[in-house]
Design a protein around this ligand. Sequence first.
Ligand code: E4P
Length: 214
Amino acid sequence: MKIFIDSGDTNEIREAQEMGLIDGVTTNPSLASKSGKVFKDLIMEITQIVDGPISAEVVSTTAAEIIPEGEGLAKWHKNIVVKVPLIPEGLKAVKALTAKGIKTNVTLCFSASQALLAAKAGATYISPFVGRLDDISTEGMQVIRDIRLIYDNYGYETQILTASARSPMHFLEAAKIGSDVITAPFSVLKALMHHPLTDLGLQKFLSDWEKAKK
Ligand code: E4P
């Protein structure tokens, strides 16, 4: 499973990259706004840190506007993936952008039927938001299972990008289901590394070593 970091914070993106954890980056308008940087400057800075797919989201809502906005974003760097909301106008735009050879990430997906439509439109990635589904007492991971089944049934090549991941369990479940990619905040990626038995074991090894030296 590929791992993307969901962040607009270049310090944590750099740290995750140095740990060898990440294959790509996703951003969204909320994360970009939180960074306090000009959007293009932020994305260009990220392209200098990570050599992999970097999702940059459009803010238009009609196909007539999304298409030129997406074409503009794609020109910034070869690794840009244009993130488009899963609305009817967004799907029209995905079809047109795909025909022009531009990679897309269809975002704000909350059901397997929406994901099927995004695949038909030619999306490179589909981003189902598991955490936000959990937030409203719906099992987010079930949507990932359903999409995996449907895409495999029909041989769709759209990659499942599990998004809105909030915990190590989302990560583990996504890997077991066969999600192609997961995007997660740095806090979740760091939480994956920790195990109390690792810390206790290391403490014991080091104290035994000290005793042996005496
Ligand atoms: C995905 O591409 C989104 O940026 C993100 O995963 C949303 O996560 P949130 O629901 O925690 O805001």
